[in-house]
Design a protein around this ligand. Structure first.
Ligand SMILES: O=C(O)c1ccc(O)c(O)c1
Ligand SMILES: [Mg+2]
Length: 609
C-alpha cells in the first residue's frame, strides 16, 4: 500500500519535513496549512520540491468550520474555499480535507450539512478537486464517522467523500466495523494515529498525545482492516499531533513513522514475530575487573575472559555479566544486552526490516556474537545462540580450541555462586533510561523489533520530579507463564525522567534469586556498605499493610503483593557509576516489578552519598 504522512507529524520547516519524509521512504504527504503558510517558497516551488523528492501531495488540510452555518456565512465560506482551490491548483493537490464544524454556532441539521457540502463539492469539481469530509471527535454536531458518512451519502456528489481518522473513531469508543458499510470508493482518505489510553478531554488528547500506530493502546490495524474490506485503495497516512515529535529529530521521527507502517502491514498480514527471545544471555557493563568488588560481593565469579578484547565474563547460575574496559572511564554503565534468540540471523534480519540500525560486524573472525542492533537509547542488543560463550574461555587456558564453551548452556553450569543457597539464578529484568522525546520510539522498538508486549504505563514520583516507567516483556500465556517456558523470558523496564529531568534515571540490572533473604543476610554481614538504606517509616507502613517477617526491616528488603496472592521481595544495591543492581525473588507467580516501592527507592537513591 502507498504510505503517506501529514507534515504536522514531524518537526522542522516544510522543506526539511519533505526531505526527511522522502528519505524515510514515504510515497506522499498531507500538507498541513500552517506548514505552507510559514514556508517562504511559492506553492509552485513546493510542488516541484515534492516532485523532485518523488513525493505526491495527497491531501491539503484542514479546511475548517464550513458546513451548517447561517446563509450569510455560507457565502463567505465558499469564497474562502475558492481561494483554497486556487492555491491547491498551484500546489498540485487535488484532495481537500474538510473537518466537521466545531463552532458553537453550528446549526444541528444534517440536511443543511449535506446541502452545504454538495455546494462545496460542485465548486471543487470545477477545479478538478475532491472534498474529504472528516468527523472530528469534538465536532459540534458531527463527531462520529458514520454520521459524517451519512451526510456525504445524502449530499451525493462524486467529488465528495469521507476521510476516516483512526484517532477520531477509536478515541470515542466507536466500533470500526461500521466502516464496512461505506463503499470503498467513498472513503477518500484514511488517516492513522494511535494514542495511549488516557482519560482526558478528547481535543487535548488528540492535539498532544497522538502517536504512531503500535506506540499506543488503540487497535489501529482493525480500522485499516475494515477500510480495506470496504474496498479502500488509497494511502495509509500517518497524522500525528505530538508534543515530543515536534521537538524530536525530523529524520528520526520520519523513519520511526515508516517503521510503524511496516509493522502495521505485517500485522495485517498476520505475521508473527520470527524470533522472540527466550531469556537474557548477558548484560554488558563498562568498567574494570570486579566493578570495585561489587560482583564477588553479589556472589559472581569470573569464569572467562574474551579471546581478544578487554572483556571479562562474570557468572552465577545462568546470570552472566560482561565487564568491558571500553568506556570504563565514565564509570560503570550498561553498554549492551545479550538475548537468547532461537534464530539470531532471522532476529537481526527482522530488526533490519524494521529500520533498526544493525551494528557493524567488526568482531574478530572467530567471534560468535555477530548479530546486533542499536536500541533507541544507544544500548546495543545482541541476538545470541549458545555459541557466544565460546568467545570467553576460562582463564586457566584449559579450554580447547574446539569451541565448546565452558560453563555454557545449562543454568547451573555457569560458575558456582560459592556462597551456598539462595544465590542468583538468572537476569530477571533490565531497566534502561530513555532519552527525552524518544519514549514512543522505544515502545515500538521493543514491541516490534524484539517481540515484547507493553505492560501498564506508570508515573513514579521522585523527590525532585516524576519518572515515567513502562515494563515490556515476552508474552506469557496461562500455559507457559513467565519462568517456565523455553526460558525465563525477557523483561525490560523503560524509564524516562518526565519532569525535573536534570540527570537521567540510573539504569539497573535485576537479578533473580531463589532466596533473597539469604542473599541479603550475607550482604548485610559482609558488605553492608553496598545496601541501599531504606527508611524505617517504610517498614512501619509495610507492617501495617502486610504480615511480613520483621527481618525485612533489618535487611532493607522491600515487599509487594499482587491480588492473586503472589509476592515480590526485592533489594537494591547502591549505585555504582550509572548503574545499580536489584535482587529479586518472585513468589507464587508475582508478575510485576514492585512499582509501589519505586518512589521509596528513588528517594533513597537521592539520599545516598
Ligand atoms: O486537531 C485538529 O484540528 C485536526 C485537524 C485535522 C485533522 O485531520 C484532525 O484529525 C484533527
Ligand atoms: Mg485527521
Amino acid at each position: 500500500m502507498r504510505k503517506s504522512i501529514a507534515t504536522v507529524s514531524v518537526s522542522g520547516t516544510l522543506t526539511e519535513k519533505l526531505a526527511a519524509v522522502a528519505a524515510a521512504g514515504f510515497d506522499g504527504v498531507e500538507i498541513f496549512e500552517n506548514d505552507l503558510l510559514a514556508c517562504p517558497l511559492p506553492p509552485e516551488e513546493i510542488r516541484a520540491r515534492a516532485a523532485d523528492l518523488g513525493l505526491t501531495i495527497d491531501l491539503y488540510q484542514p479546511f475548517r468550520d464550513f458546513e451548517c452555518v447561517p446563509r450569510a456565512r455560507l457565502r463567505a465560506n465558499l469564497e474562502r474555499a475558492e481561494h483554497k482551490f486556487r492555491l491547491m491548483e498551484r500546489l498540485g493537490a487535488d484532495l481537500l480535507l474538510v473537518c466537521s464544524n466545531v463552532s458553537p454556532e453550528t446549526i444541528a441539521d444534517d440536511g443543511l450539512a449535506a446541502e452545504h457540502l454538495r455546494l462545496l463539492a460542485e465548486r471543487a469539481a470545477e477545479h478538478g478537486i475532491r472534498i474529504a469530509y472528516e468527523a472530528l471527535a469534538w465536532g459540534r454536531h458531527v463527531n462520529e464517522y458514520l454520521h459524517a458518512w451519512h451526510i456525504v451519502r445524502q449530499a451525493d456528489h462524486p467529488n465528495l467523500g469521507t476521510c476516516l481518522d483512526s484517532f477520531h473513531i477509536l478515541s470515542r469508543g466507536s466500533d470500526p466495523l461500521g466502516i464496512e458499510a461505506i463503499p470503498g470508493e467513498k472513503i477518500f482518505f484514511l488517516q492513522l494515529a494511535d494514542a495511549p489510553l488516557l482519560a482526558m478531554d478528547v481535543l487535548q488528547w488528540s492535539r498532544h498525545h497522538r502517536c504512531f500506530p503500535g506506540q499506543g493502546g488503540f487497535d489501529v490495524a482493525r480500522v485499516v482492516r475494515h477500510a480495506l474490506n470496504a474496498g479502500y485503495a488509497g494511502p495509509l497516512s500517518l497524522e500525528v499531533f505530538n508534543d515530543h515529535f515536534r521537538q524530536a529529530g525530523t529524520a528520526r521521527t520520519a523513519r520511526d513513522g515508516m517503521r510503524s507502517l511496516i509493522a502495521l502491514e505485517r500485522q495485517l498480514q498476520g505475521a508473527v514475530h520470527p524470533s522472540v527471545p527466550a531469556g537474557f544471555a548477558f548484560a554488558e557493563l563498562s568498567g574494570t575487573g570486579s566493578l570495585g568488588g561489587v560482583l564477588p560481593a553479589l556472589g559472581f565469579t569470573r569464569t572467562g575472559r574474551h579471546r581478544g578484547k578487554p572483556v571479562e565474563l562474570w557468572s552465577q547460575g545462568a546470570a552472566r555479566l560482561l565487564v568491558n574496559e571500553a568506556g570504563a572511564g565514565q564509570g560503570p554503565g550498561l553498554l549492551a544486552i545479550g538475548l537468547d534468540s532461537p534464530d539470531p540471523g532471522r532476529a537481526v534480519e527482522h530488526a533490519e526490516s524494521l529500520l533498526s540500525p544493525v551494528l557493524p560486524r567488526e568482531r574478530a573472525p572467530q567471534d560468535a556474537m555477530l548479530h546486533a542492533v542499536a536500541a533507541p537509547d544507544g544500548t546495543e542488543i545482541f541476538f545470541c545462540d549458545d555459541g557466544w560463550l565460546a568467545d570467553f574461555p576460562p582463564e586457566d587456558g584449559s579450554s580447547s580450541d574446539d569451541g565448546s564453551p565452558r560453563g555454557g548452556g545449562s543454568p547451573s553450569a555457569g560458575g558456582s555462586p560459592g556462597h551456598g543457597g539462595g544465590g542468583i539464578t538468572h537476569i530477571d529484568h533490565v531497566a534502561l533510561a530513555q532519552p527525552p522525546h524518544y519514549f514512543d520510539e522505544a515502545m515500538l522498538f521493543y514491541r516490534g523489533v524484539l517481540g515484547l508486549q507493553p505492560q501498564e504505563s506508570l508515573e513514579v514520583p521522585d523527590p525532585y520530579g516524576l519518572v515515567r516507567s513502562r515494563a515490556m516483556s515476552t508474552p506469557s500465556t496461562p500455559s507457559t507463564p513467565q519462568g517456565t517456558g523455553e526460558g525465563p523470558g525477557v523483561r525490560m523496564v523503560l524509564n524516562l525522567a518526565q519532569v525535573g529531568a536534570g540527570q537521567p534515571p540510573p539504569q539497573h540490572v535485576a537479578l533473580a534469586c531463589t532466596d533473597v533473604l539469604a542473599v541479603a543476610r550475607r550482604l548485610r554481614a559482609e558488605h553492608p556498605e553496598l545496601l541501599l538504606p531504606i527508611p524505617a517509616n517504610y517498614y512501619d507502613d509495610l507492617e501495617a499493610r502486610h504480615d511480613v517477617p520483621p527481618e525485612l526491616r533489618e535487611l532493607g528488603v522491600l515487599y509487594d503483593r499482587d491480588e492473586r496472592g503472589g509476592a515480590f521481595l526485592h533489594l537494591y544495591t547502591v549505585t555504582v557509576g550509572r548503574v545499580f543492581f536489584e535482587l529479586v525473588q518472585r513468589v507464587d507467580g508475582y508478575d510485576g516489578y514492585g512499582a509501589v516501592n519505586a518512589p521509596i527507592r528513588l528517594a533513597a537513591q537521592h539520599a545516598a552519598p
